[in-house]
Design a protein. Structure first.
Length: 380
């Protein structure tokens, strides 16, 4: 960005307007264009440390050691300032997103709100599942915002879970019918299972379409995200808590949409104000960090920085103050993969239940059989 553009942006921010809100103006000023088709190369920002970002998650991953960084990219002021891949991965390699999937579902909720398919985040979940059998009356109070903020009252990943929804004929309905462990809005309980499957299927019911088909038309297509695939359950419903695959460059595109306040090349993809509503604010996650609508705060010293985060260090860091998006991708190394395979064999072949050990390896609430299958893809 030239000096004049920076001064104008600084003055506007001094009036109380956020960088995310103003970045659409900044993009045209810097002349980088929109990366719908191709990215514009630029210099690596002076504040960016490739070594720090490459090894930060690995350092924090103990006891899940042997986690590998497979890609690292930074988009700064609309330009691709750094891009490097490791261990044989490249720009064309789709990577498992794990819980980054959740943040994409959050965006699709916003798009459905923009289109009037969903009235708003305070709409009751029961309105989308009128066929549900309600045993606990508290469930009637559950709202979409409860699902977006992991406060639905449904079991979380650290709770003993009933996984019958996984094989149900209607996974969304079965997930919503899962017994509550708390009243909606009462406690934070991170969930990749019933809560997220309920939300994903809720959006699908609201728009009357398969969720992936809807996402391709309304989100992935306009942004040029052409590498994406999305795994589905046996009923054809896409998983809400995991299951997305995409290239790191498509991850950058998703983050850049949020950096620009939900706008893309003159089109308002997300509702006005949705990004500001979605970012971490007063709510806290299980570790005391900021949590928003399926986005986490970034512990980088930047008060307005936030991220989409997935297992094994899949990150889309959105840094409004730096006008940057950082993507880091990773995969399990042989130690993690071997442990998952061993536990899967013991439980399913020998009939031994490993509830204690499984809590360590059933990452993101995903059954071991799914993890073993996906890890084989990652390491093949």
């Amino acid at each position: 960005m030239n000096r004049c553009a920076k001064r104008v942006l600084s003055a506007l921010m001094g009036l109380g307007l956020s960088a995310a809100t103003l970045l659409g103006t900044a993009v045209s000023a810097m002349g980088a264009g929109w990366p719908t088709e191709e990215f514009t190369a630029g210099p690596m920002p002076a504040w960016f440390s490739p070594l720090q970002y490459r090894f930060e998650y690995v350092r924090r991953s103990i006891p899940l050691t042997n986690v590998l960084t497979t890609g690292l990219l930074v988009l700064h002021e609309g330009q691709l300032g750094y891009e490097k891949y490791f261990y044989g991965w490249d720009a064309q390699s789709p990577q498992a997103m794990f819980s980054v999937t959740k943040s994409v579902v959050s965006a699709l909720v916003g798009i459905a709100v923009k289109e009037g398919k969903i009235e708003g985040v305070h709409q009751k979940v029961i309105e989308f599942f009128p066929d549900a059998v309600i045993i606990d009356a508290r469930k009637r109070d559950m709202t979409i915002e409860h699902l977006l903020t992991m406060r639905s009252g449904l079991p979380g990943d650290t709770d003993r879970q009933d996984l019958r929804w996984w094989e149900a004929e209607d996974t969304g309905l079965a997930a919503f019918e899962t017994p509550l462990l708390a009243a909606p809005g009462e406690v934070f309980s991170y969930s990749s299972g019933p809560s997220m499957q309920t939300l994903a299927c809720l959006v699908s019911r609201a728009v009357g379409r398969n969720l992936f088909d809807y996402a391709k038309e309304k989100l992935f297509g306009p942004l040029g995200m052409r590498s994406v695939r999305w795994d589905a359950a046996r009923d054809g419903a896409n998983y809400g808590g995991f299951g997305l695959f995409m290239t790191p460059r498509d991850m950058l595109r998703f983050g850049y949409l949020y950096l620009n306040g939900g706008r893309w090349d003159g089109q308002q993809i997300l509702p006005e104000g949705w990004v500001a509503q979605s970012v971490p604010r007063g709510l806290a996650d299980q570790n005391g960090g900021g949590y928003g609508y399926l986005f986490r705060a970034v512990g980088s010293g930047n008060a307005d920085a936030y991220q989409a985060q997935g297992q094994f260090g899949q990150f889309i860091d959105i840094l409004p103050a730096q006008m940057a998006v950082i993507v880091r991708t990773g995969c399990p190394g042989p130690v993690v993969y071997t442990a998952v395979q061993a536990l899967n064999f013991i439980e399913h072949s020998m009939g031994v239940k490993l509830h204690g050990l499984k809590s360590l390896f059933e990452l993101q609430g995903v059954p071991l059989a799914y993890l073993a299958k996906e890890h084989m893809k990652l390491l093949s």
